[in-house]
Ligand binder design. Structure first.
Ligand code: FAD
Length: 471
């Protein structure tokens, strides 16, 4: 086989596409702008020597649940998933916390009056995750492999998160669901805002919410090492300014978002397709802080120490107000904060006895407002004395994030809004294909969207191969 593919961008989706194409026998070059591969799955000493921080993704329900990553021997190339005793804790002002346990029966028991409703909502997809995952982590299939399962999921997923939360009687369960649904970046009153909430809950019970030992870079490095054994090459510090500078490739797969694709391939694309890309909508940004800590975070609720991930925002109504503000282009007074504490479960992240924490909140797209004190007030609210544990911090505004990974346009970590239109037509009805038959887009701006799962790259590569009649 002497066909040659160029991949622009070594994020998880670019690397996934590279592996699929190389497995099919194509020669593959991956060209990455930054000095280290991984995109938003990199780990860096952002604060002090010996403290390893995840620049982007930190917690990997989608990575562990990815049908494509699970098909690769990544463990042989250094990837090890570490599970905290509980995937998630959601603390309240009264010093208690609701905990999403790994085991569905344990969660059912801990949710009391809401336990049975929780089980009914989630159980079918937990039990059949390996069959369900290929259907749900792809463009909406006209003919799903498991139509009844997909229909059942779709009927709940399409609803606003508030509608699902009303099924619970306890305010704490409602708040738990609000935090999960806030991963949608939508208002919790918008259709489809329930979808990520359900998916995250299913994943917690089906595969857990693990972190890679050593940080996100371990997953990226495992993918790169595996690709290298297949004969694929990753060239770092190689930013591509225009695809016309890359002659000799039969296929070009771009792990970039629509705005970047317009710059890279503008003259190769039809006016109609360019118009569609120009109409693509990006979502809110994030304001992120990485901490080097003298000590573990002093949570009021001791259960918080069992979970790698914390959702800090209090009640359903508070979280809903925070997400509504951001959706309306405003800063929330009390932002909903997502926090990870990987060093509690992975000692390789910090010097002995020391710790790291990773936290972010949603802010309007491209915001340059410093919300550090609001973010830390939310942590202090549930962990009084937190600020005293901080040795130093590294703050990233949306613009800082975009400077370190060009795909994070305006600080949008999901590759574009995921409302109903952009869920179905992501970034256009052609999904991975463009108007040029040798150019494809394979980033999280294609189905199934944001998260480290590699499924956008996998499906883009499969489509390219089938059009070359190679699969
Ligand atoms: C702060 C933050 C927190 C997150 N938390 C989580 C989480 O906990 N769990 C989770 O699953 N997901 C999380 N995500 C989302 C997840 O990281 C992304 O959805 C995922 O990385 C998308 O993969 P990708 O390959 O599409 O793009 P990216 O990872 O963004 O990679 C794109 C790559 O393309 C390169 N590139 C761009 N333009 C060019 C060019 N012109 N030439 C060459 N190279 C180029 C970039 O440098 C980059 O390396 C988070 C993201 C961020 C930023």
């Amino acid at each position: 086989m002497n066909r040659k593919a160029g991949i622009i961008g070594a994020g998880p989706n670019g690397l996934a596409a590279a592996v699929v194409l190389r497995q099919a026998g194509l020669q593959v070059d991956v060209l990455e702008a930054e000095a280290t591969p991984g995109g938003a799955a990199r780990t860096m000493e952002l604060t002090l020597p010996g403290y390893r921080h995840d620049f982007g993704a930190a917690v990997y329900p989608l990575g562990a649940g990815s049908p494509f990553f699970s098909s690769l021997p990544l463990r042989d190339y250094g990837l090890e998933w570490i599970h905290s005793p509980a995937p998630l804790a959601h603390p309240f002002d009264d010093g208690t916390a609701v905990v999403l346990e790994r085991d569905l029966s344990d969660t059912e028991a801990s949710l009391g009056v809401d336990g049975k409703v929780w089980r009914k909502l989630i159980q079918p997809f937990v039990e059949r995750w390996s069959e369900f995952a290929p259907d749900v982590l792809r463009p909406v299939p006209a003919y799903p492999n498991h139509p009844w399962l997909m229909a059942r999921f779709g009927m709940s997923a399409i609803l606003p998160a508030r509608t699902i939360a009303r099924r619970f009687r306890n305010e704490h369960t409602q708040a738990l669901f609000a935090g999960l649904a806030a991963h949608s970046f939508l208002s919790l009153d918008e259709p489809l805002s329930a979808a990520p909430g359900l998916l995250m809950a299913v994943l917690a019970h089906a595969v857990g919410w693990p972190v890679p030992r050593g940080g996100s870079q371990s997953l990226t490095d495992a993918l790169c090492r595996y690709l290298a054994t297949l004969g694929g090459k990753v060239k770092t510090s190689s930013r591509v300014e225009t695809l016309s500078a890359l002659p000799g490739y039969d296929l070009l797969l771009c792990d970039v978002t629509p705005r970047q694709l317009l710059k890279l391939a503008g003259e190769r694309l039809s006016d109609h397709y360019k118009h569609r890309l120009q109409a693509y909508r990006y979502g809110p940004g994030v304001f992120k802080v990485d901490y080097a800590l003298h000590a573990p975070i002093p949570w009021k609720a001791s259960d918080c120490g069992r979970a790698v991930t914390l959702h800090l925002g209090g009640s359903f109504e508070e979280i809903a107000a925070s997400e509504q503000a951001v959706r309306d282009g405003r800063h929330a007074d009390r932002p909903f904060v997502l926090l990870a504490q990987p060093s509690l479960f992975d000692s390789s992240r910090a010097p002995q006895g020391k710790h790291t924490a990773w936290a972010y909140c949603h802010v309007p797209h491209g915001s340059n407002t410093n919300v550090l004190s609001k973010l830390e007030d939310q942590i202090e609210r549930f962990a009084p004395g937190f600020r005293d544990c901080v040795a130093t911090r590294h703050v990233s505004s949306p613009a800082d994030l975009e400077r370190m990974d060009a795909n994070l346009v305006g600080g949008d970590i999901a590759g574009g809004v995921m409302d109903i239109r952009q869920f179905l037509f992501r970034p256009t009805w052609k999904h991975y294909a463009t108007s040029a038959k040798d150019i494809y887009i394979c980033s999280s701006s294609t189905p199934p969207g944001g998260g480290v799962h590699g499924m956008c790259g996998y499906h883009a590569a499969k489509m390219a191969l089938s059009r070359l009649k190679l699969s």
